[in-house]
Design a protein around this ligand. Structure first.
Ligand SMILES: Cc1cc2nc3c(=O)[nH]c(=O)nc-3n(C[C@H](O)[C@H](O)[C@H](O)COP(=O)(O)O)c2cc1C
Length: 228
């Protein structure tokens, strides 16, 4: 089955996966769905140990992929329990009301390595709620990259690696400020509050943003390279 119409295409698609526990409690988390294209498309997820998503999938053998470009939903799903108002129920399974499309999959565990589990996905129900044309927004991409970094930051112990991550965060912050809309800026604000002690650098960032305005007006868009 080809899920391109529902927004899932070749490569890794960043989506919000919804699951439920054996007891029926819904959960949501950002996850990358891997699409391998041969004669026929095959779909996979790699789930890392320690998440509710993994334990729910192990219990129920099902997950729903929700396609959305809402930056705030991504960040909240990564760092908070999404409020129940966000969920609707399809044949007993939670999906996101705001999703542009969703696909419910059966999951088969095909490989278990230290720390991660690879599942192959077979679609069993698809709903396309909204088809929209939208240009690429670098602010949204930067929020997604920053959210991935933030989930890793907490479990990284190497000091140099952490410092590198902070540098990247500053870069993403500047991109969101420059290119993002309100939802992207709100999402980055949540990220700052949740995971990162960016207060130390935000003063210098504000100063940089002031400088950046000047330098972007004068020459290139690539001001953030100076940030490194
Ligand atoms: C954009 C994005 C993609 C992610 N992709 C994955 C993934 O493919 N597999 C995974 O196990 N975790 C992934 N994560 C991390 C989980 O979303 C994160 O660990 C989350 O807190 C798990 O929540 P849960 O405990 O409710 O399942 C990703 C995070 C982000 C922000």
């Amino acid at each position: 089955m080809n899920l391109k119409e529902a927004g899932i295409d070749e490569g890794i698609s960043e989506v919000i996966v919804t699951t439920k526990s054996g007891a029926g409690e819904p959960d949501a988390a950002p996850i990358g769905v891997i699409t391998v294209t041969n004669d026929e498309n095959k779909y996979f997820v790699k789930l890392y140990e320690g998440s509710r998503t993994l334990s729910n999938v192990l219990e129920t053998n099902k997950l729903a992929v929700n396609v959305t470009d809402d930056a705030v939903l991504f960040v909240k799903a990564a760092f908070e329990r999404l409020n129940e108002v966000h969920f609707s129920i399809f044949h007993g399974f939670p999906v996101l009301k705001e999703a542009k499309s969703w696909i419910i999959f059966d999951c088969a565990l095909i490989e278990k390595r230290s720390g991660n589990f690879l599942f192959q996905l077979t679609p069993i129900a698809v709903k396309i709620n909204r088809k929209e044309v939208k240009a690429i927004n670098r602010g949204l991409n930067a929020v997604i990259e920053a959210a991935i970094l933030a989930t890793r930051y907490a479990i990284t112990e190497d000091k140099r690696e952490k410092e590198e991550m902070r540098k990247k965060m500053k870069l993403y912050d500047a991109i969101v400020e420059k290119c993002g809309g309100r939802r992207e800026k709100e999402a980055f604000g949540i990220l700052r509050e949740k995971n990162w002690n960016l207060s130390r650098i935000s003063a210098s960032l504000s100063q940089r943003h002031a400088n950046v305005q000047e330098s972007t007006n004068q020459n290139s868009n690539y001001y953030w390279i100076e940030d490194r």
